[in-house]
Design a binder for this molecule. Structure first.
Ligand code: SF4
Length: 540
């Protein structure tokens, strides 16, 4: 028997998307509004902002206080200023001040010329979010690029699953692998594997954000926001160094600014410069924490037919002319703890070595170097380095690239973000993996990791300044944009009813009023970044 229901014969009932939820408590003061842009649900009094300083109650309307950042291929003379969305209902008298204290400027310089639409990109920075996850993204912008209808879905994601991978170009010993990294005393990450010329750190991540004490989570989020926004953070490593990191600048280790990134390990340095040192020296030892090189035993020396010197090196011999563990790690010569290089020499074979033997010792950066000559008892005596040898040491230094700190944001874009794009989130993931959808973070290219999900990685130096925020859940707020052909957007089940033209977006802002940004700011797309609509995703 068929069961009848009260809605038989009636059209299906669609839930209404309320811009603002009903108050949780009847007792909430009538001049307060509840922000539902994150799970904290701040109750905000008129004229005040919520816990994260990103949303405020402006005359009874919840407003995203920072301007949304728009990128242009080429900037005009009036660009860079903050201007209100002129057609925004109820927002013409916008007198809010963003966190950065910019004043709103009266006139919009955009004339709606769609011929230039392919030169404008709406970023997620300041755009507001899709929380509590069922809402379409705040900006779903259609435009035309080279005759093709495109769409960009723009949002500020709230990331609990995210971290920063930090590459510190240094020879200095920062700390043992797996050691805790602390910020203001709290553990916020760990030392991971060293790479050529660099020490890698993993900072932040869901474990520290959610798995420890409240203070650990709060300071982890704070540190992540600081380094993501290209500011300096001081870290200490258990059993190691104190290091100041600042994206795009030289790291400062134990108060000393790093200058040079090594040219290679000790063995590589021997190989690279063997020919240039031929005939000017009898032996070269390149001191290095990992692989110390000895010219006469090394294959490079043998190929050049340089006779053995009879030197005996401390440490574990790996292959001819390559020694491991010559000293402990440290901040001395070549990332070891030694200040006297001779201490790694165990002795000389008297049947092979000879008085007057000329020995060069150097580090892999050339920052440390010394010249010795063996006396009659085969004891190395330090002397002034000959100019022709000094020139090669200088060449080693010249070949060192400047030390930098590189900060990469690594985030997993899960359900909530994807639901802002499509009702069937897995289709977005598949479309990205099929190279149909480009992913950017604040307009900067994002490398998409292989495997399941949308795990992206972006160099913060390519993103607009102050792209990152936090919410006290605690989590990181970061911009993300998905750009694709309009037809592909339709095919992946996109929120077609919310697609709006660029000129409409530039006039009135987000599709919703509650929690929307009221102002916008133009920036020029950095020339280092490809235009997001012109390229496919960087798939791993
Ligand atoms: S922390 Fe910020 S985003 Fe979250 S509810 Fe409060 S004001 Fe809104």
């Amino acid at each position: 028997m068929t069961e009848h229901t009260k809605t038989d014969g009636l059209p299906g009932i669609e839930p209404q998307i309320l811009e603002r939820a009903k108050p949780r408590s009847e007792r909430m003061a009538s001049d307060k509004i509840e922000c539902n842009a994150c799970p904290v649900l701040c109750q905000i009094t008129a004229g005040r902002s919520g816990a994260c300083d990103r949303y405020a109650n402006v005359d009874g309307t919840l407003v995203r206080v920072d301007p949304v950042i728009l990128l242009k291929k080429v900037l005009g003379s009036s660009d860079g200023a903050v201007v209100p969305f002129t057609g925004r209902p109820g927002m013409e008298e916008d007198d809010t001040q963003g966190k950065s204290g910019e004043s709103p400027v009266a006139e919009s310089e955009w004339n709606g010329d769609l011929l230039h639409a392919g030169e404008v990109f709406v970023t997620g920075v300041g755009s507001s979010t899709t929380y509590p996850d069922y809402k379409p993204a705040p900006f779903i912008v259609s435009s035309r690029a080279e005759g093709v209808d495109m769409v960009t879905v723009v949002t500020e994601g709230i990331f609990s699953y995210c971290s920063f991978k930090v590459k510190i170009d240094t020879d200095r010993y920062l700390g043992p692998e797996q050691a805790n990294v602390r910020y203001k005393g709290e553990v916020v990450g760990h030392v991971t594997t060293a790479e050529y010329g660099s020490q890698m750190l993993s900072l932040g991540g869901v474990h520290h954000l959610t798995g420890g004490s409240k203070k650990e989570g709060r300071l982890t989020a704070e540190m992540m926001q600081v380094i993501g926004n290209k500011q300096a953070a001081e870290l200490t490593i258990d059993g190691g160094s104190q290091v100041m990191i600042h994206a795009g600048r030289a790291p400062i280790v134990n108060g000393i600014e790093e200058q040079r990134m090594r040219v290679g390990c000790g063995s590589a340095t021997i190989g690279i410069f063997a020919k240039q040192l031929y005939g000017k020296v009898d032996e070269v030892i390149v001191v290095d924490d990992h692989i110390t090189g000895v010219l006469t035993e090394h294959q490079a020396g043998r190929c050049l037919d340089i006779p053995p010197s009879g030197v005996k090196i401390r440490g574990r011999k790996s292959t001819p002319g390559r020694y491991f563990q010559v000293a402990n790690p440290g901040i001395g010569w070549g990332g070891t703890d030694i200040s006297d290089p001779i201490s790694i020499i165990e002795g000389w074979d008297p049947d092979v070595a000879w008085p007057g033997l000329r020995l060069l010792m150097t580090s892999t950066t050339g920052e440390h170097s010394a010249w010795f000559v063996l006396d009659d008892s085969l004891c190395p005596i330090e002397q002034d380095m000959p100019a022709e040898v000094e020139k090669v040491v200088q060449r080693i230094g010249e070949n060192c690239e400047p030390s930098l700190t590189t900060v990469l944001f690594l985030g997993g874009a899960g359900g909530s973000l994807r639901a802002g794009v499509t009702e069937n989130p897995v289709l977005l993931t598949r479309s990205i993996k099929q190279a149909l959808v480009n992913v950017t973070c604040g307009g900067a290219p994002a490398y998409v990791w292989p495997g399941g999900g949308i795990t992206v990685m972006t160099d913060v130096m390519r993103m607009p300044d102050n792209s990152f925020g936090t919410v006290p859940t605690p989590a990181i707020v970061a911009p993300i944009e998905f750009t694709m052909k309009l037809a592909d957007y339709q095919a992946l089940g996109g929120h077609m009813d919310y697609v709006r033209s660029l000129s409409s977006v530039l006039g009135t802002g987000a599709w919703h009023n509650e929690g929307a940004p009221t102002r916008r700011r133009w920036l020029q797309q950095p020339s280092i970044n490809a235009w997001p609509a012109d390229v496919g995703p960087m798939l791993g």
